[in-house]
Structures are given as structure tokens and as C-alpha cells.
Design a binder for this molecule. Structure first.
Ligand SMILES: Nc1ncnc2c1ncn2[C@@H]1O[C@H](COP(=O)(O)OP(=O)(O)OP(=O)(O)O)[C@@H](O)[C@H]1O
Length: 396
């Protein structure tokens, strides 16, 4: 299987494309390459979740699209019109700033309504927006309307900034980390509520977040950005099931995927992954990879939910730590070579730290990545023959 490169997902937007299209955007701040050749597209009514770790380039990309930062190269188009040269005020792009950017001398009400008044509109609300009162009620800030920003907590300021973005009727809406500073309960509620509001809008939306699981839950499509490069664009299912690289895979899952370095071996005509403490037999379909010596060093990835503690398990390690999260436990196991593996289980762990833990790895849960660049080597269905070797490489 070939993983779809980001540029293949960008349409020929020159004339017919409806929605947002970004092509070959690059931006440097001195030595820092904040964006490199970024390309993506978002259709009307679609939500693109832009996910990446801190410093990946999410805010820079949003600011360039809004016209607040100049790109070194590339273009931004909406509905086929190149808006790269337009000043921010003429783009009709609403951006909720990660830093909130509230006017300190205006009340909450005035802040929220400021973009509509600034544009001299007769009507207060955009046609696709929900009502002012309803919006404030959903965001749980109705009681704050007459306050100044100085009298708000960080989470309250964030919701005011969010309301100010959501009340507009733009050609494109961008929310830069809209719920990152809220408590878990409110974050959970608003994730669904905002997603619901966006799903009935006619314009494209971008929702930027450092949280992989949030991106999977809110995006019709997910774009993964890392070190200024768009690593992969796809549906949430595609991104989760077929991450294009270790960088992508590591953003999803709680706790994140386990990555273990080892080698491909082709002894006796059988493809296998071998590390200092594990040996897994791989599918014969991977023989070609084994013969390609440049890929001898590889990484496997396995999600914590795909490792199962079992008294008859074929692999072993020593118990390093246990964390309890309500019904789930995160069990950390140290393998014989010092490698750490996280296991997510519903079963309480009764053993003491340092005890031997036996486990199996679910064949369907394995990913294979190139040892040099960390790019995906094969779809999961090609990875495992269903046979696991006995515990420890010394027994092979
Ligand atoms: N005005 C600036 N001057 C210098 N460097 C900058 C500037 N703005 C951004 N950068 C750098 O560009 C890179 C991308 O920053 P950006 O704010 O776009 O990342 P981000 O993904 O939004 O991060 P976060 O999630 O922490 O907000 C970072 O290395 C950042 O330090």
C-alpha cells in the first residue's frame, strides 16, 4: 500500500475548487523553518483538524491564511480566488487566536460582537451563526457578559474568544487550540457542541490542536504537521489505522504507541523483527523488505491496547510501574534490554514492582517503520503471519 502524500490531496483549485486551498506555503523566522511547502485543502462544510506538537507550525499556518503573517512563498485561495495579496480585513476569514487577543477595554459582550460591528454590518449575527444568547449559554459564559477581560480566568477568556469567532459568518473559520485551556469536563462537552455547530456551517473550518485524540474526534479530515511540514492528510480512520510515519503515530493513542527499534531478519526464509528482547515472525509478504538491506534497521509500533498481559504470554519483562485511571490501568514493563513498553489493561495489577510480567502482542496491532526516516513500510495486514516466537531471542 502506498500512503497518500499530502500534495496528492490538493485539488486543482485554480478555478473550480470551492473552499480553502493552500499551496506550497513556506515561512522562516531567522534560523527556524516554521513552515515548509505546506499544502492542504478544505471543502465547504468540512472541518480539517490540524494537529501537531508545540512549535510544529500550526499558528504560523493559521496566521498566514488570515493574512496576519506574510509567507515567504506559496499561495492561499478561497473558492478559487487567490487571496494571498489581500489585507486581513478583506479576507472574511475568522480566526480564534490561541492567545485570545481580547480587547482589554471592552466588555465580554462588546468583545464578542466586535468583529460584526467593525465590519459595519446592519445585522448582528451571520446567517449561519447561532443566536448570541444561545452561543453564550452553550459556552457557559452568559453570566460574564458585562465583565472586562481582566476579571476573567484563562478558561473564560478562551471561551469569549471562541464565541467571538463562532458568531461570525466568514468564508473560512479557524480555531487555534480552542479548548486547550479548559477543564476536562468542559473540554469534553464543548468538543461535541462546537463540532455540532460547525457541521451545519457552509464554510470550511480549521481546528488546530496539539491533542491527537481531539483531532480524530473533531475532524472530517486530519492534517498532521510536524517541524513545519505536513506529514499526512487523511480521514481520522486513515490516519489512525495507517500512520505515514512514527511522528504521526506518536500523536495518537493514550498513552502513545510503543516504538521499539530492531532489525528485519530473513533467517530460513522467514521474515522476522528482532530486537535485543523480542522476536516476532512477520508475514512472508514482507520478504522483499527483508532482502532490501537498506531497510535492515526498522522500528515496530504497537499500541498499548494491543499488548495483553497473560500468564502464558510469549514475551517477558519486569514490572516497572502501574498507574490506575478508574477502570483502566497503565502498566509499564521494562524489557531485558532496558526498553520500556506501556500496556493498557482493564485488569488490576496485583504483582509488585520488579516482578516478571508475561505478555502477548496482538498480531493485528503491529506497525512497521523505516529505521532511518521513520516512514511507514507496509500496511498492518502485511505484517504478521500470526505466529509468535517464544519468549526472548535467546530461544530462537
Ligand atoms: N514571530 C516569530 N518569531 C520567531 N519565531 C517564531 C515566530 N512565530 C513562530 N516562531 C517559531 O516558529 C515555529 C512554529 O511556531 P508556531 O507558533 O506556528 O507553532 P505551533 O504549532 O502553533 O505551536 P504551539 O502549539 O506551541 O502554539 C516555532 O519554532 C516558533 O518558535
Amino acid at each position: 500500500m502506498t500512503i497518500q502524500a499530502p500534495e496528492q490531496l490538493v485539488p486543482d483549485y485554480q478555478t473550480s475548487w470551492q473552499g480553502l486551498s493552500v499551496a506550497a506555503l513556506s515561512k522562516r523566522f531567522g534560523d527556524v523553518e516554521a513552515l515548509r511547502d505546506a499544502a492542504l485543502s478544505v471543502k465547504p462544510g468540512e472541518v480539517l483538524a490540524l494537529v501537531g506538537p508545540s512549535g510544529a507550525g500550526k499558528t504560523t499556518l493559521c496566521r498566514i491564511i488570515a493574512g496576519l503573517t506574510d509567507a515567504d512563498a506559496g499561495s492561499v485561495s478561497i473558492d478559487g480566488e487567490d487571496i494571498s495579496g489581500l489585507p486581513p480585513g478583506l479576507r472574511r476569514v475568522a480566526l480564534m487566536f490561541e492567545s485570545y487577543a481580547l480587547y482589554p477595554h471592552l466588555t465580554v459582550r462588546e468583545n464578542i460582537l466586535s468583529p460584526l460591528r467593525a465590519r459595519g454590518r446592519n445585522r448582528e449575527l451571520g446567517s449561519s451563526s447561532i443566536g448570541f444568547d444561545e452561543l453564550l449559554s452553550v459556552l457557559e459564559i452568559s453570566h460574564l457578559v458585562e465583565r472586562l477581560p481582566v476579571a476573567l480566568s484563562g478558561g473564560q477568556k478562551q471561551r469569549v474568544a471562541l464565541a467571538r469567532a463562532l458568531i461570525q459568518d466568514p468564508r473560512l473559520l479557524m480555531l487555534d487550540e480552542p479548548i486547550s485551556h479548559l477543564d476536562a469536563k468542559l473540554r469534553h462537552k464543548l468538543r461535541g457542541e462546537i463540532r455540532r455547530m460547525l457541521s451545519v456551517r457552509q464554510h470550511p473550518s480549521i481546528w488546530s490542536t496539539p491533542d491527537g485524540l481531539e483531532a480524530l474526534s473533531v475532524g472530517d479530515k486530519v492534517a498532521v504537521i510536524h517541524s513545519g511540514r505536513i506529514e499526512q492528510i487523511g480521514t481520522p480512520e486513515e490516519i489512525f489505522q495507517h500512520p505515514a510515519s512514527i511522528k504521526v503515530a506518536r500523536l495518537f493513542g493514550d498513552p502513545p504507541i510503543n516504538i521499539i527499534r530492531g532489525e528485519l531478519s530473513g533467517e530460513a526464509g522467514k521474515a522476522a523483527f528482532v530486537s535485543a528482547s523480542l522476536k516476532l515472525e512477520l508475514s512472508p509478504l514482507l520478504q522483499e523488505l527483508v532482502q532490501d538491506r537498506t531497510r535492515k534497521n526498522i522500528y515496530i509500533g504497537v499500541n498499548p491496547t494491543d499488548i495483553h498481559i497473560n500468564s502464558n504470554g510469549k514475551f517477558s519483562g519486569s514490572l516497572y510501574s502501574v498507574e490506575a485511571f478508574g477502570k483502566n490501568y497503565i502498566v509499564t514493563v521494562q524489557l531485558s534490554d532496558g526498553e520500556i513498553v506501556k500496556i493498557k489493561t482493564k485488569d488490576p495489577m496485583e504483582k509488585s514492582i520488579g516482578s516478571e510480567i508475561l505478555f502477548n502482542i496482538s498480531p493485528a496491532g503491529l506497525f512497521l517503520f523505516d529505521g532511518e526516516h521513520g516512514t511507514a513500510l507496509a500496511p498492518k495486514s502485511h505484517l504478521i503471519s500470526g505466529v509468535f516466537h517464544e519468549r526472548g531471542p535467546e530461544q530462537l
